[in-house]
Design a protein around this ligand. Structure first.
Ligand code: BF8
Length: 687
């Protein structure tokens, strides 16, 4: 797939760009996004002279050396720039920085610093949840309660916390509050304990755990692995790309099987484990006659409270008193995924639509917490009546129009009430320039390891038997985890949708999270009915029989840990090998952009998953290092990286890998009975 070419039009200086006298290029809406609502709002922004990320991408070229991963700025003698010559390198690669660092060392350092950034973001989110959980267990946060005691009991054994006690020789259930307190204290210990290894590593298939042990990458504690990356990549420390990647692997595992998994589990305990529910997605979920409060970011700690407050009858009455018909909550990014999964709150957009939600003119307040928030939303809010509210002490903005309401779990409800009231009070200040695009789609979301077990479980719903059985008999060809961001360097949502459609057309069931989940929802792929339109006959039959969509939304980016555990359940159910790397499965992030995506990609790979990224990867300037990740990693962990910008080729590479695994398992023959023939393919393509 080609990156869209430069936009056609030229717009005079825009409202949000302060002092450039240059005439700036604007993005061509059709080339910028496949989504009509996005195209409409981009045109609207351009009419109003407000620049968006799409326009800025036209005006700022990417650094050719940075995109190759071979720019080192880890000391004051640099930046040292080691571009790969256009003709490639014949013979010895003698490129080096001032200190002598090779291209491989530089690319590996940069790569694992990205892992450190991503693992830190997910894990610090997890730490915040663990702290709130501890304060709830100590009865210090009256506004939160434990919602899912079953989940608490399910995770307690991993922390060596007993769920029963023996009294006078009789075994009885232990007080759940005592269990919660002990789990909370031990969970928090995972970030900084002085000895041992992460407790959740033993949840992985035994073979995978043994591989990690053999390769010396069992994470000790979460913080240590991230700190050690910063140390090793300081000038003059680790200068061996393989040894650097060993630490990168350890930190990535500490993210997937540590910080992220803890975040997911403790959120489920506190706020409830998701089960399927119906909702909607895209900018059209905003309502002109309602107070629109958009929640954006990642942590559900705050947004859970906002959802609770917005549903209070007195808040509804207050909104009516201000002339609105009600309060419409909607979400962006992974906060959206969190409140979607547990409450069915609709999503008004993906990462690239955050400015557009304000440009509707109908956003009375946008409240943000952490991660993936453009600083430019403050400039856009300044062009409208929108109140932009930051809430987290580690994520503030410099612009003067930004309101900071520091959220604290000890007075959570009070803070949420202040925010919801601020949005309601602001309804009257709307201008006449409201324009909400009509596009929105229905979605069924709220899947998790438990819900998949319910829908695709065995006779007694005790395992993933039915899923495995359908993989073995070939109705389901394989499993794909398709996740990750949008990226303004490629056409919005095109990669996501084309990759997913190609997979389900070929009977590969898709597990989605993050902005891919939102993109699939916007495209209508998260409904059981979509199986008849987009799937091959085998997957269609399974989806129609059990009433599930072919694309199962598992939540936010920390919930990629659910994909790891779902894969582990498939291994446990039997018949498909003994490790995740034996499964007919593959991973993908077609439009990645964040450091979190690199950390996720790497823990997928280190868990045995062949993982393909779209757009580009900052490793191409160091071919030896790239080969290490793309080929040699498979010998160590069973999984490896790949890069493919063209979405159809991208999906086909995943399918080819799935077929190789089917052959190795000896189940390729079963599959032959359900292959999509040419006539069926034509029918699907024309659908
Ligand atoms: O954590 S998918 S753009 S929103 S980083 Fe951000 Fe990427 Fe979206 Fe969620 Ni994940």
């Amino acid at each position: 797939m080609k990156t869209p070419a430069t936009g056609e039009g030229i717009h005079p200086e825009t409202k949000t760009t302060a002092s450039s006298a240059k005439r700036l290029k604007v993005a061509d809406p059709i080339r910028a996004s496949i989504d009509e609502a996005t195209q409409t709002m981009l045109r609207r922004a351009q009419e109003l002279g407000i620049d968006t990320v799409f326009d800025r991408a036209e005006n700022m070229k990417q650094c050719n050396i940075g995109t190759q991963g071979t720019c080192c700025k880890n000391c004051g003698m640099g930046p040292c720039r080691l571009p790969l010559p256009k003709s490639g390198i014949e013979g010895e690669d003698d490129r080096k920085g001032l200190c002598g660092a090779s291209a491989n060392t530089i690319a590996a350092r940069n790569f694992i610093r990205m892992i450190a950034g991503g693992a830190a973001a997910h894990s610090d989110h997890g730490r915040g949840v663990a702290e709130v959980f501890l304060s709830v267990a100590r009865n210090e946060s009256a506004d939160y309660r434990i919602k899912d005691y079953n989940k608490l009991m399910a995770i307690a054994p991993y922390f060596d916390v007993a769920t029963t006690v023996s009294v006078d020789g009789e075994t009885t259930d232990r007080n759940p509050d005592e269990i919660a307190l002990e789990v909370a204290e031990k969970a928090l210990g995972e970030w900084g304990k002085s000895e041992g290894e992460l407790r959740y590593l033993k949840r992985a298939p035994t073979m995978l755990y043994e591989k990690w042990k053999k390769n010396g990458v069992l994470p000790r504690n979460i913080d240590r692995e991230i700190v050690e990356i910063m140390h090793r990549t300081h000038i003059g420390v680790d200068q061996d790309y393989k040894n650097l990647m060993k630490q990168g692997t350890r930190a990535a595992i500490a993210d997937g099987w540590g910080g992220s998994m803890l975040a997911t589990d403790l959120q489920d305990v506190l706020f409830g484990t998701p089960y399927p529910l119906q909702s909607e997605a895209n900018l059209g979920v905003m309502k002109a006659d309602h107070v629109n409060l958009v929640i954006h970011g990642h942590e559900p700690i705050l947004s859970e409270m906002i959802v609770a407050v917005a549903q209070k009858p007195e808040m509804h009455a207050y909104a009516l008193s201000k002339g609105a018909k009600g309060i419409q909550l909607s979400g962006i990014c992974c906060t959206a995924n969190e409140v979607l999964q547990r409450h069915g709150v609709p999503q008004c957009g993906t990462f690239l639509q955050q400015e557009l939600a304000i440009i509707t003119g109908a956003c009375d307040a946008m409240v943000v917490d952490i991660q993936c928030i453009f600083q430019n939303v403050a400039n856009v809010a300044n062009c409208f009546h929108t109140k932009l509210i930051t809430t987290h002490p580690i994520a503030r903005m410099e612009q003067e129009n930004v309101i900071h309401i520091e959220f604290d779990e000890h007075h959570a409800m009070e803070d949420a009430e202040r925010i919801v009231k601020m949005a309601i009070d602001n309804f009257a200040n709307r201008g006449s320039d409201v324009m909400i695009p009509k596009q929105k789609a229905i979605q069924i979301a709220g899947f998790g390891v438990e819900a998949i077990q319910y829908h695709l479980g065995g006779t007694f719903r005790g395992s993933y038997y039915t899923l495995n059985d359908n993989i073995i008999n070939g109705r389901i060809r394989g499993i794909a985890g398709v996740v990750g961001c949008n990226n303004a360097r490629t056409r919005h949502n095109e990669g996501h949708i084309e990759v997913v459609k190609e997979l389900i057309k070929n009977d590969v069931i898709v597990l989605t999270t993050g902005c891919n989940g939102i993109a699939c929802a916007m495209e209508g792929l998260l409904t059981p009915e979509s199986a008849a339109v987009f799937c091959g006959p085998g997957l269609r039959e399974v989806c129609e029989t059990v009433g599930i969509p072919p694309v199962l939304h598992l939540g936010s980016c920390v919930d990629n840990s659910r994909i790891l555990l779902a894969a582990t359940e498939v291994v446990k159910a039997g018949g498909l090998g003994r490790d995740i790397s034996d499964l007919p499965a593959a991973g993908s992030a077609p439009e990645w952009m964040s450091e979190k995506a690199i950390s996720i990609g790497h823990y997928f790979v280190a868990s045995g998953v062949y993982t393909v990224f779209g757009v580009g990867l900052p490793v191409t300037g160091a071919p030896v290092f790239q080969k290490y990740l793309f080929e040699e990693f498979e010998k160590l962990y069973g999984g490896m990286w790949d890069l493919e910008a063209d979405p159809v080729k991208h999906a086909r590479k995943m399918i080819a890998h799935i077929d190789r695994k089917r052959k190795a398992l000896g189940i390729d023959k079963a599959r032959e009975r359900t292959l999509v023939d040419m006539a069926a393919r034509r029918e699907l393509t024309s659908a």
